[in-house]
Design a protein around this ligand. Structure first.
Ligand code: B4P
Length: 189
């Protein structure tokens, strides 16, 4: 099993590059953002709680996200490997992921970190907000909070993977194909 974490600030292109990675490597994709948005769409009580956090640009609790990730991985134990997109977002989630994968005798092979300047993130997210209807992409104050949460809470996850010798930084500006080319060089599967 080959598992890859795609990491970066909001708007860095994680979802965009995941689509190309799935196509090339046949890995099974898990976007925690997508799973959370599906829960919101279901109209459940849990979905309402998640909605209020996402619309403020805050993270959902580790426990809630971990439960969703575990259910997904256990359901797909025969996968060739996974792309974890937007997960882990805290050091606690990263430690938990290592433990959970070791239960099925596997581990994260590589962490791809997309590096994009803040100004470009704001441009991309506001432009997606105009077409996607995503509330968290339409308000600059919420976007700024997401970037702050990334720097304060999520960035230490990079150090976690650096210490494990698994982090690869990728320059995240350029065309989608140019960035994908840099990623495939790093993955070298
Ligand atoms: P996500 O869905 O992960 O949202 P995101 O960080 O904005 O990333 P996304 O994948 O959507 O965007 P991308 O970088 O591809 O999370 C949403 C929320 O859910 C979080 O804020 C949090 O509240 C919650 N959540 C999710 N996971 C969680 C976790 N593990 N723990 C706790 N809470 C969690 O950016 C794409 C945009 O840029 C697109 O519009 C694309 O067209 C554009 N783009 C991409 N590449 C480009 C390029 N090369 N040039 C120009 N534009 C480009």
């Amino acid at each position: 099993m080959y598992s890859l974490v795609i990491f970066g600030p909001p708007g860095s292109g994680k979802g965009t590059q995941s689509e190309k990675l799935i196509e090339k490597y046949g890995l099974t994709h898990l976007s925690t953002g997508d799973v959370l948005r599906a829960e919101i769409k279901s109209g459940s009580e849990l979905g309402n709680q998640i909605k209020s956090l996402i619309e403020k640009g805050e993270l959902v609790s580790d426990e809630m996200v971990q439960e969703m990730v575990k259910a997904f991985v256990m359901k797909n134990k025969d996968a060739k490997g996974f792309i974890f997109d937007g997960f882990p977002r805290t050091v606690a989630q990263a430690q938990w992921l290592d433990n959970m994968l070791s239960e099925i005798s596997t581990s994260v092979n590589i962490m791809i970190s997309l590096d994009v300047p803040d100004d470009e993130l704001r441009i991309r997210l506001l432009s997606r907000g105009k077409v996607s209807g995503r509330q968290d992409d339409q308000d600059e104050a919420i976007i700024n909070n997401r970037i702050d949460v990334y720097k304060n809470t999520t960035l230490p996850v990079m150090e976690y993977y650096q210490k494990a010798g698994k982090a690869k930084g990728i320059h995240g500006l350029g065309t989608i194909d140019e960035i994908f080319g840099r990623i495939t060089e790093a993955v070298a599967l």
